[in-house]
Design a protein around this ligand. Structure first.
Ligand code: ADP
Ligand code: MG
Length: 326
């Protein structure tokens, strides 16, 4: 139990939103086009994710939550080492060791679904169940067996806000996927799949606020193997929008020094001082040109050619923002 405490205290399952992140990423990996997230009590009572992805073959179900995790982890005496590996392949095993866990799945091409449950770390035998193609995961009573962790949970609305923020950032990254989020049985967010640019902007407006499209400029520019697209907001004098800044590198949300500097310079140089504008920007480049594994939990990246990326971002943003001066 102590080991579990320590692991749960690690960076991967810090709070309900960490669970949602792992589960939704699994759904996206499974090719889901629709992901439903139902939350109760800020995620402490229930986190349920349903997807229409490829599902899991019956024989693979026990592997998905492989408590080999436990055996693997036992062989590492250094827990920091485990954390630094980001628990790859260990998310479900970790989650199921700190909650009452159930997974129901029907694989593509199968006519029966199966359900497995893990309670107190013990895997129950798979049973036939009703489920359309895809996977549902239920995580109840998070940290029920890790009091030390449970104590650190914040108020229900704070934990839910973390989940909502996470879902917003994932939804902006994956415009072709429909996301639904509910809290205590009430729908909070319905983000329909966006099939064209106009629909994509509407979806951005759902996340950043209805006024965003009217106060933003479209960007779409490629050069030197780099492609930047998205929307930059024009700062309003009244308020900072630092919480509405989304920058994706190859589909992954990042918070990067080089990026932040280039964006800040471009704004400061053309128009504004001291304000934090809203923006949603997507940078695409050859994956070989960027290392995204600098720190899996901190959204950091390292560009191979920092100068090139910085100058490309600065010039592209500068040019678009300068239009507002004309
Ligand atoms: P990882 O995602 O790093 O492989 P996880 O513990 O998150 O590790 O998941 C273990 C495995 O369970 C995945 O590799 C995948 O095969 C399967 N899996 C988990 N969630 C889903 C899902 N929603 N749909 C299909 N397969 C899933
Ligand atoms: Mg995973």
């Amino acid at each position: 139990a102590e080991l579990i405490n320590q692991i749960a205290a690690g960076e991967v399952i810090e709070r309900p939103s960490s669970v949602v992140k792992e589960l939704v990423e699994n759904s996206l990996d499974a090719g889901a086009t629709r992901i439903e997230v139902d939350i109760e009590l800020g995620g402490q009572r229930l986190i349920r994710i349903r997807d229409d992805g490829g599902g899991i073959e019956p024989d693979d179900l026990p592997l998905a939550v492989a408590s080999h995790a436990t055996s693997k982890i036992r062989s590492f005496d250094d827990l920091e080492h485990v954390a630094s590996m980001g628990f790859r392949g260990e998310a479900l095993a970790s989650v199921s060791s700190v909650a009452r866990f159930a997974l129901t799945s029907r694989a593509r091409g199968q006519d029966t679904a199966f359900r497995i449950e893990v309670d107190g770390g013990k895997l129950q035998a798979a049973r036939p169940a009703q489920h359309p193609q895809g996977t549902s995961v239920e995580v109840r009573d998070l940290f029920y067996n890790v009091p030390a962790r449970r104590k650190f949970l914040r108020a229900e609305r704070t934990e839910f806000a973390h989940i909502d923020d996470l879902l917003k950032s994932l939804a902006l990254a994956r415009g072709a996927v429909e996301f639904r989020l509910s809290h205590n049985g009430k729908p909070v967010r319905i983000l329909k799949a966006a099939k064209d640019e106009q629909a994509a902007l509407l979806r951005v407006a759902e996340v950043l606020g209805e006024e965003f499209p009217a106060q933003s400029l479209r960007i779409d520019h490629a050069a030197a193997g780099l492609h930047l697209s998205g929307w930059v907001g024009l700062p309003t004098a009244s308020r900072s929008q630092a919480d509405s800044q989304y920058f994706y590198v190859n589909g992954r949300l990042v918070r990067d020094r080089i990026v932040a500097h280039a964006v800040r310079q471009a704004y400061a140089d053309v128009l504004f001082h001291g304000r934090h504008p809203a923006f949603v920007l997507y940078l695409e480049l050859d994956p070989a040109g960027v290392d995204v594994n600098v720190h899996p939990a901190k959204h950091e990246v390292r560009f191979r050619e920092q100068r090139l990326v910085h100058d490309f971002l600065f010039r592209t943003l500068h040019e678009v923002l300068a239009q507002t001066r004309a």
